[in-house]
Design a protein around this ligand. Sequence first.
Ligand code: UDP
Length: 326
Amino acid sequence: METKILVTGGAGYIGSHVVKALGEAGHSVLTYDNLSTGNRWAVLHGELVEGDLADRDTLRRVMREFQPAAVMHFAASIVVPESVREPLKYYRNNTANALNLLDVMAEQGIGRFIFSSTAAVYGIPTSIPVDEQAPLSPINPYGSAKAMVEQILRDLAFARDDFRYVALRYFNVAGADGQSRIGQAYREATHLITRALKTAKGESDKLQVFGTDYPTADGTCIRDYIHVDDLASAHLLALDYLLRGGESDVFNCGYGHGYSVREVVDVARRVTGVDFAVEETERRAGDPPALVADSTKLKGALGWQPRHDDLEYIVRTAWEWERQRQ
Ligand code: UDP
């Protein structure tokens, strides 16, 4: 059945992959994006309205006219070290703007919401892999801003019978569309895999490895890298769940095993065939040593079946995408 979905940030990296998946599933999609980091060409399906979440009038008009059955909210700032330097930007873009969106949804009587949360809400987990019951204890403003929205969602769902949400806590999202139509296109790449590939491409002379003295097997940080199309499929399952009357809930999105920075570097060198230079430097502010998901709940309750649990595939799709960009 065709359902109308409003997607904030649908022109961005993760949002655009979800818009693609929604289109393939036959849904009607409206993307609301201020194009601050997103791109018009990335919206492969439905209409794009250029608008800011701070602009309540435009948001209200779009919501009133489109009357979505659910809202998926991707629009946010996502760079952990930037959040340490510029916390207000993160509380404004990620917390205050989410509040605006929820306000307008309430006014317009729209009560189904899927939220892009993050593993950064856990801070430094006391045990790995981390499940959804672990305490929320973020160690950077990016994680705090997202944890605040989760708190708002819990309170709102408690207060209002007609409001239900799913918060998906993303681990490290990477890779690109298998046909290289969309992928990461940030003006300034900060994520490890993208930085490694840009180095292989010759855009920088070396890849910095931030910290080699972490309490991990090889001293570098461990992350659970999940392919963006598998993350997109989790969103479609969450949508079906909510539309079938599911209760508000929270799910980790990751594969359940992690790779160190050095292991990622090895795979990137192998996939690209370029033995690019690496420089070991100081730790970067705000980085927990290891983040690995226990995603039993996503698999059990929503029936999620990942198709790309393979770091080589993740890096290869990202490389194919990266190679054909200017
Ligand atoms: N990292 C690195 N060099 C880079 C970018 C990232 O060593 O150029 C490390 C970073 O310190 C972290 C891991 O790679 O330990 C993943 O960082 P990323 O920025 O990709 O994602 P995050 O985990 O911060 O969301």
